[in-house]
Design a binder for this molecule. Structure first.
Ligand SMILES: Nc1nc2c(ncn2[C@@H]2O[C@H](COP(=O)(O)OP(=O)(O)OP(=O)(O)O)[C@@H](O)[C@H]2O)c(=O)[nH]1
Ligand SMILES: [Mg+2]
Length: 287
């Protein structure tokens, strides 16, 4: 896990542990765990500020997570094709290297900011904050954050999103919720992606994948999707619109919501509905 090996130090928060940084040294001169816990705490503070920013704009922010290549960017491309006329959409893309995914999204006519982490295996709230400086959120209803392809570390970092969406693609095998529980426990929605491949891979049993998810005491909806046919995206598109409406209803009541975050089996208390004091709620109408 990141907390153990220190891979939660990213270009976005490195300043906190280097030079005169806030967490460069502990009081007794030792570092390591205390420093890393400090970073997580700083991350949570920054994430809360990011969420406040999103709430002041009345937008829904979603964190997409999966193993590498499960189909995150393809799903976003297909979603933009269908919903792009009706909703303002923007994307923050995460990858170790290349601008490829952001370019794919921009080719669909939507703003996309690429974050490249170098070697860091997850996005964090500081990196998202930096990306937000380069993103025009006016008129945006839904902000997608595509995390680094990784079924472990991204689950431990709140970015300021409202909901976590996890893709499990058919070629990965149906046992992934059992093998990567930290990730799947934090899901608000699990998408069984590349469902068009099910006839070719009968060893993947969606019922079994869902059972593994339920074994984690998760009540997250489990839906199949494929980007090969737009009709196969219906449950996802419906969930998206329902979540946008639900978030706006919360904001009208001065409330917001954060994701489930787990560290070493301990759930950090972010998920409960929270007050969103002092927000300026702008509802966009795109039909
Ligand atoms: N059969 C099938 N292939 C798909 C589907 N969605 C995506 N793919 C393919 O899966 C591969 C990876 O897709 P991406 O969208 O790049 O996956 P990703 O999760 O964004 O990948 P990373 O960002 O590298 O983690 C590509 O070759 C896609 O064409 C699908 O629904 N069905
Ligand atoms: Mg991608």
């Amino acid at each position: 896990m990141c907390e153990t090996y220190g891979c939660n130090i990213t270009p976005g928060n490195e300043h906190l542990v280097r030079g005169e940084g806030k967490h460069a040294k502990t009081a007794d001169g030792r570092a390591a765990v205390t420093v890393l816990q400090g970073l997580l705490s700083e991350n949570d503070h920054q994430a809360a500020r990011n969420r406040q920013h999103f709430d002041s704009r009345g937008l829904l922010a979603l964190n997409l997570m999966s193993a590498p290549g499960s189909g995150k960017t393809s799903l976003l491309e297909a979603t933009i094709e269908i919903l792009g006329q009706h909703f303002g959409i923007a994307v923050i893309e995460g990858a170790l290297e290349t601008e490829n995914d952001a370019e794919r999204i921009r080719a669909k006519g939507v703003q996309a900011i690429q974050i490249t982490t170098g070697s860091a295996c997850h996005l964090d709230a500081h990196l998202v904050h930096d990306a937000l400086q380069r993103l025009d959120l006016s008129g945006i209803d839904i902000l997608f954050i595509e995390n680094i392809g990784n079924l472990v570390c991204p689950a431990s970092f709140d970015l300021g999103q409202h909901r976590n969406v996890i893709l499990l693609s058919v070629p990965e095998g149906d046992d992934k919720p059992a093998k990567y529980p930290v990730m799947f426990r934090c899901a608000d929605l699990v998408l069984c992606a590349k469902a068009d491949l099910l006839p070719l891979m009968p060893e993947f049993q969606p019922d079994r994948a869902e059972r593994y998810l339920r074994d984690l005491a998760s009540a997250a909806p489990f839906e199949s999707v494929s980007t090969r046919a737009s009709s196969d995206l219906t449950p996802w598109l419906q969930w998206l619109q329902d979540e946008l409406h639900a978030q706006r209803a919360r904001l009208e009541l001065g409330r917001t919501i954060g994701p489930n975050i787990h560290n070493n089996g301990v759930r950090r208390q972010i998920a409960s509905e929270q007050g969103a004091p002092g927000q300026q709620h702008h509802v966009h109408s795109h039909g």
